[in-house]
Design a protein around this ligand. Sequence first.
Ligand code: BUP
Length: 455
Amino acid sequence: SSTPPPHVALFPSAGMGHLLPFLRLAATLNSHGCHVTLITAEPTVSISESDHISTFLRFNPKINHQSLQVQPLDSSTDISDPFFKQFEAIRRSLHLVTPMLKSTSPPVTSIVTDITVSASMAEAVSELNIPSYVLCTTSAKFFSLVCRLPVLISDPVNFEAEKIQIPGVAPIAKSSIPPPFLIPGHFFVKELLANATSFPKFKGILINSFTEFEPQTLKALNDGKVMHGLPPVLPIGPLPAVDYPIKEVNEESQCRILQWLDTQPNRSVIYLSFGSRTALPVDQITEIAKALEICSYRFVWILKLSKVDKEDREDLVDILGQTFLNKVKNRGIVIKEWVDQEKILSHSATGGFVSHCGWNSIMEAAEWGVPVVAWPLFGDQRVNAEVVVDAGLGVWDRSWSGQRVVEAEEIVKKVAEVMDGGEMIMRRAELVRVEAMRAVGDGGSSDASYVKAFF
Ligand code: BUP
């Protein structure tokens, strides 16, 4: 008799950067014949998240949904970041997961949890006695830093050197380490430490990366060099986009961008986006506008003005000025709304990507072979930028940071390296694309990880 298909429960925590890879994994597992239960924490932090969840479920009716009601933290908490607040609120509600999963039919055979709550989840579901996995939504290199954190923090001398050494992993510049890592007792670091310490309790770590993109780091992780007792790290990236009409996408704007791209020459457009969580300061926005004005490149610029959701009412003209908008109107598009980024990156007119190096964006650039001008700002982004450069997917001026305003001339110069960089930069990005395609193709390195984990 044939064995029944696996039933995988998935639990993303908070933020689009975490939710999207989980939705992609859910759809992929479903297409591999698995039953899937998606558990989402509600209320979500942003409208983007609730919109994506409801539309995704509507277009994937075979995926089962359970909501985990979280109790928002009271105002006495000293955590200010809305996403960190949610992680904490989720942790306090995770005891509800086991009773929820006990009542699902067919019985759940494994669970995949977000890295931000892995320690509490390991504890919460231990009595179910089913294999559990962590889905890592950052680079293998940043993941190795997290794994190493308990060792690094135990001796502060480790953080004094200009380069942080992790066995088997290319050194990480001290300037790439998120500043909170250097502050003893920081809330975020305490959580990360607890989560890192929990990794050995899992059957494996699924990671949205691929062997050919981070060969050395993935090998070091799997050779046991980075963390004692670490389970297999299974690359499953780049996770494929899920195609569904996102309510939040302004159809008119999206059509305008795609139709415009259709009329532009191959690889002639630079796409600029800083992700869903970063609003740049106004003086930096002004310099970017100046750069786009003086350079001759065609462009699509996603301009985000607030941290959670795009509820900002400010008009583009108030920020950029009518003169700028008039000057560039035939050469570029500036947009505030959520766009379907993969449709832009996969378009043949797109030739470069100025990116904050959120890991999903990097995997999407790899998947479509679009060379990157790295402009990381915080969190894992600088370490991710190191990976981009090492993998040959792009360029990075390390002096760019959130700490200073990068001037228009510098921006033009770096963008030109990608847009006028000639064959070399295009060929390397194309090679990355081919390797990514092979990894997820039948029998490829990422495809094989699914079999190892779930079948
Ligand atoms: Br903005 C924007 N459309 O308009 P990252 C983002 N995205 O499809 P982040 C859109 O959101 P964290 C938009 O393709 C990517 O899949 C984009 O994730 C998509 O950065 C995702 O790149 C953004 O990882 O999250 O949002 O800063 O910091 O959690 O990595």
